[in-house]
Design a protein around this ligand. Structure first.
Ligand code: TRP
Ligand code: ZN
Length: 477
């Protein structure tokens, strides 16, 4: 809600005041003509409890067009630093009347900001790019915001010390930005709640390949540089964007259902590094049979010879560090439905990503003739009640618990227990309806609990309490 109260401003304001209890204060808009703008500064965060400064208030970015020119590090030894020179063009719709708005930008310097063709005043304070648009912006009236920026690229880390964002490598970059690392490579409303479409033109020295999300729409060389153009036409959370650069071989083929696949495999890796990718097409067909159509226009893997120590489900094109194992490949593919098509509304909802992706890789392994989901569940439940593994509320793991083992394995066990409780029919209908109802959007744990109750017709409060909201080992449910 904005501060605009329209023609009923005074009366509604009095009613609102009357409804407040003692000790509370209210800000009531001054009476004015209907539609009179009340300009505000958009907030510096979108309102995520775990990461208060990620994302921004008052803006809805609908498209990012990213033109990046990247010079990888000199072959000399550390420090590994590259150079990025870029222009980001954002289609931005104000959701409030704004005299100021913020974008997230970390470690890079903006050199100009334009709205339309007009240069605007701006400043950078810590990881916030603050823009003062004149004329001011009115709710609902879309504008094009063009930011020229650049600087030295490093190897940024998240709050737990894991490499993320634009990670400079020996011969390029691994770009994996969960949860809030996108700001290390473009000005962004860096929260999954504000999804957008993306296009990329990434210019790198001839011989290197730049791989982003979606469809490869162009490759052209001039003057020793090659520009790789990618188009990602589906809604995407910022952390799922990538523009990884390396000595890649591109392999283009199709899944059995016709879906175009482009894998990018680092030429410097041993031949076995991509063994786990051979069944990607069958995995897509299998997950489609369980969860409905693959949600995007293409798929594929990026396997780099440098490492961030983990894989990420970057939309349509997951990134793997040095090796793509079959189980991890199934996990990152499952994220395309669970995490990417439907994303966490708050970072505290992360178990909906990791629990589902982990459970789905159990299902793939069983389908492929390996151990059963029941056996994997039993293995989790064999952990003694005294283990610190159980000492986590996975539906509220805290910002330092986002990628705790329990978020994955207890999350998967929760889903298996739910399946046993409500039966296969209701369980898989819940899964399909989840993806259908919240596709291109975000959802919360509460949304999931409500949907499972709606479809099963069962009261599942006690069940979810024990599995998701209690930091001890479930014993009965
Ligand atoms: N989302 C990744 C996955 O499970 C994991 C991930 C992202 C991660 N950032 C991390 C794991 C940092 C460990 C550390 O597919
Ligand atoms: Zn995952």
């Amino acid at each position: 809600m904005g501060a605009r109260m329209g023609g009923l401003g005074v009366l509604a304001g009095i009613a609102a005041l009357a409804a407040l209890g003692a000790g509370q204060t209210a800000v009531v808009a001054a009476p004015g003509d209907p539609g009179t703008p009340r300009y505000q500064a958009g907030s510096d965060g979108i309102g995520d409890d775990y990461f208060p400064l990620t994302g921004n208030g008052g803006i809805d970015v609908t498209h990012y067009d990213l033109e990046l020119r990247y010079t990888p590090p000199d072959p000399a030894p550390a420090p590994r630093e590259g150079t990025l020179e870029a222009t980001a063009t954002l289609d931005l719709t104000p959701t409030q009347d704004l005299h100021q708005f913020n974008l997230d930008l970390r470690g890079l310097t903006a050199t100009s900001v334009r709205v339309g063709r007009k240069p605007m005043a701006f400043s950078q304070v810590e990881n916030e790019l603050v823009v003062t648009p004149r004329p001011k912006l009115k709710t609902g009236r879309a504008v094009e915001v063009v930011v020229e920026y650049g600087g030295t690229t490093i190897r940024p880390t998240d709050i737990e010390g894991a490499l993320y964002g634009w990670v400079t490598t020996r011969d390029g970059a691994i770009v994996v930005s969960e949860p809030d690392g996108s700001a290390t490579w473009f000005p962004v409303n860096d929260h999954p709640r504000d999804k957008a479409t993306y296009s990329f033109d990434i210019t790198v020295p001839d011989g290197l390949v730049a791989v982003a999300n979606g469809d490869l729409v162009g490759e052209r060389s001039a003057g020793g540089w090659t520009t790789w153009s990618w188009d990602a036409p589906d809604q995407m959370a910022a952390y799922l964007a990538t523009a990884s650069v390396g000595n890649f071989e591109l392999r283009e083929y199709a899944a059995p259902n016709g879906l175009p696949i482009i894998d990018a495999i680092d030429r410097d890796l041993p031949a076995t590094a991509d063994d786990g990718l051979t069944q990607q097409g069958e995995m897509i067909v299998f997950f489609e049979s369980l969860f409905g159509p693959y949600p995007f226009t293409s798929y594929g893997a990026i396997v780099d010879d440098d490492s961030v120590g983990y894989a990420l489900e970057t939309q349509t094109r997951p990134v793997y560090s040095r090796v793509a194992n079959e189980g991890t490949v199934a996990h990152e593919l499952a994220h395309q439905w669970f995490g990417n098509a439907v994303s966490p509304h708050r970072w505290q909802d992360i178990w909906l990503n990791e629990g589902w992706a982990t459970y789905d890789s159990w299902l793939w392994t069983e389908h492929d003739g390996g151990s059963t989901a029941q056996a994997r569940f039993n293995a989790v439940m064999n952990r003694p009640a005294t283990s610190s593994f159980w000492n986590l509320e996975i539906a509220d793991p805290g910002p330092f618990g986002l990628f705790a083992g329990a978020v994955y394995d207890r999350g998967a066990a929760t889903l298996h227990a739910l399946r046993v409780k409500i039966g296969d029919e209701a369980f898989f209908e819940t899964a399909r309806e989840w993806v259908t109802r919240y596709d291109d959007s975000t959802a919360t744990t509460e949304d999931f609990e409500a949907l499972a109750e709606e479809i099963s017709g069962q009261d599942l409060d006690a069940f979810f309490d024990v599995w998701l909201h209690t930091p001890t080992k479930p014993t009965s449910w």
